[in-house]
Design a protein around this ligand. Structure first.
Ligand code: FSX
Ligand code: SF4
Ligand code: F3S
Length: 568
């Protein structure tokens, strides 16, 4: 029997949900919200052909109640939701989302309010939305509501809730209050509750991210697919940078130098004045805020990565690019582990017989062997009893020729080249004086060296990049888009090979450096991307990976990856 595809699975789920709600629940007419529901389904990636079915499920869900708890926060999340339009907030709460209890918005107060809360909790047919972080331990009583602490209120309301949503970065990750030195010992919901929490971070999150995620839950009675920080992928799957309207300026090397210059008026990229869009995962450029009026970058300030865990501590100075000196603290926090990472083993197994002994000893029928050191870069795949060399690297390493390729690619490349010349003045004159002889290489380490030369380290040696990378204090990757591509010609019975296009990644790296990323951030990002590239192949091939070389031992054991790597 053929396995159903994603659309068929979705249809089956919706059909069975419809059957079930039809039997058990009353129906309310939502015909007037058809278009609005359709827009949200498209955000969620649910095809328009299911609109009628979805509307009917929602019509039967009008008895689902919501408790909205306020803990340590500024009420910005509520403010964000209040500004929703077409339909407005009032229509939403009367027709779909029946918010029974909400400290700041509800009419009743005192005993009347408590009675509403208690009867909703007893009735058990509700979901819990929490805004704000939870003060704990000695600081628990810093937040009291009536006679209970915030934590006690949370436990009380969470117990019978059908699902729990953390609204905003405070409840998702602790937010600003949990920034060092965290005087109120504030925690994220997921750190103090023993059950699944769906995080909708952002300080504040957009109305759309709150509403569409709730709609998804009402439709399926389950959480949407989540990322490793428990955020819905539909909203937090792409970086702010990748969706940003100023990305063209970034790739052309056009950066505002300060908040008053002409570049600011021309819509230049804000990386140099501190934008953290490349490190923040959120759909702000797409859904925006205040009834789709604007979003931070359009309003003229860089993204401060407000939807990331520990954003206040981890992202350095708000209005400077990522550089060693703009970075002050880093609080490592335990976050959920990503699934499906390959098993990683660090070994030196250069000869084929050593590899075979190892495979027999571990009872592995498939395995990837990667070696990267100053002498060579190789990758072998062992499958069906045989080894195949599946890495074919070949790239130019002469910095002068590399720049010529970038410059001649298109208008963007030309502009990037010119802005690079302005930013790296004297150094470009030195590159101009180099010979034009081609220097092709097949070793990653040679690429490391030429990248450093482009960024002003004239006497760079191939291992220097790893030394800079190790010193980097800023543990986020500036993505260059380095990827090994599977060879397109794949004959039957043959294992595919991998190749890469260094030039494309190099243009992006050049843009970051013109924008003010320093050599530490550059080196760290390049090294991490190389490691991730090999991990992706192991995932793709669904096998263990054996790595040899300093780049692996350091970056897999001493970096933030450590928390989620399986080592044997
Ligand atoms: Fe404020 Fe909400 Fe920030 Fe926190 O939003 S906007 S402090 S995420 O909990 O109220
Ligand atoms: Fe937009 Fe910021 Fe990326 Fe520049 S760095 S393109 S302003 S998100
Ligand atoms: Fe926050 Fe950045 Fe969006 S600051 S609101 S994640 S643009």
């Amino acid at each position: 029997m053929k396995t159903p595809n994603a659309i068929q699975v979705l249809e089956q789920k919706l059909t069975s949900r419809l059957d079930s709600v039809r039997q058990t629940r009353a129906r309310m007419d939502l015909a007037h919200l058809h278009t609005w529901i359709g827009e949200h389904l498209s955000l969620l990636g649910i095809p328009a052909q299911h609109l009628d079915m979805c509307v009917e499920i929602l019509e039967h869900m009008s008895d689902m109640k919501i408790i909205w708890l306020h803990l340590q926060e500024c009420s910005g999340c509520t403010e964000s939701l209040l500004r929703t339009q077409n339909p407005n907030f009032e229509t939403l709460i009367f027709d779909i989302f029946r918010i029974e209890y909400h400290d700041t918005l509800m009419m009743p107060s005192g005993y009347q309010a408590t009675r509403v809360l208690e009867s909703t909790v007893q009735n058990q047919h509700y979901i819990l939305l929490v805004e704000g972080s939870v003060p704990m331990e000695d600081a628990q009583n810093y937040l009291t509501i009536g006679e209970r602490s915030g934590y006690e209120d949370l436990l009380h309301t969470a117990h019978n809730a059908q699902a729990i949503f953390a609204i905003g970065t405070c409840s998702s990750y602790g937010g600003v209050q949990s920034a060092a030195p965290n005087p109120t010992q504030s925690h994220a919901l997921s750190e103090v509750l023993q059950r699944e929490v769906i995080n909708i971070p952002g300080c504040p999150p957009s109305d759309k991210n709150i509403i569409a995620t709730l709609l998804y839950y009402y439709l399926f009675l389950e959480s949407p697919p989540l990322d490793r920080f428990h955020r819905p992928l539909w909203a937090y799957g792409k970086s702010v940078h990748d969706l940003c309207e100023r990305k063209g300026a970034f790739l052309s090397g056009k950066f505002a130098q300060d908040f008053n210059d002409e570049g600011m008026q021309e819509g230049y990229c804000l990386y140099k004045v501190g934008c953290k869009g490349p490190y923040a995962f959120n759909n702000c450029p797409k859904v925006q805020f205040n009834a789709k009026t604007s979003w931070p970058v359009r309003a003229g300030h860089g993204c401060i990565a407000c939807s990331e865990p520990n954003f206040w501590d981890n992202f350095g100075a708000l209005e400077s690019p990522m550089r060693q000196q703009s970075f002050f603290t880093y609080q490592s926090k335990c976050m959920p582990k990503p699934k499906n990472l390959p098993t990683i083993l660090h070994q030196s197994l250069r000869s084929e017989s050593a590899k075979r002994d190892f495979l027999a000893c571990q009872s592995l029928s498939k395995c990837l062997f990667v070696e990267s050191n100053p002498e060579s870069s190789t990758m072998y795949l062992y499958a069906d009893g045989a080894f195949a060399q599946i890495l074919t690297l070949s790239f130019e390493t002469n910095p002068k020729l590399l720049l010529q390729v970038i410059r001649s690619k298109n208008k963007q490349g030309q502009s990037l080249y010119e802005n690079y010349r302005k930013a790296f003045g004297d150094h470009t004159a030195w590159i101009d004086s180099l010979e034009e002889t081609s220097m092709m290489s097949t070793n990653l380490y040679d690429a490391f060296k030429s990248v450093l030369v482009l960024f002003g380290v004239r006497e760079a040696k191939s291992a220097d990049l790893l030394s800079f990378a190790k010193e980097c204090k800023f543990p986020y990757v500036s993505p260059f888009g380095l990827k090994l591509k599977q060879e397109s010609i794949q004959q039957e019975g043959q294992i595919a090979g991998y190749n890469w296009n260094l030039n494309k990644a190099l243009s992006v790296a050049l843009a970051y450096c013109v924008g003010g990323l320093d050599v530490y951030g550059l080196s760290y990002s390049l090294a991490r991307e190389v490691v991730d590239m090999f991990m992706d192949i192991a995932k793709e091939q669904d096998c263990a990976i054996v790595c040899e070389g300093e780049i692996f031992t350091h970056f897999l054991t001493h970096s933030p990856c450590k928390t989620y790597l399986v080592k044997q």
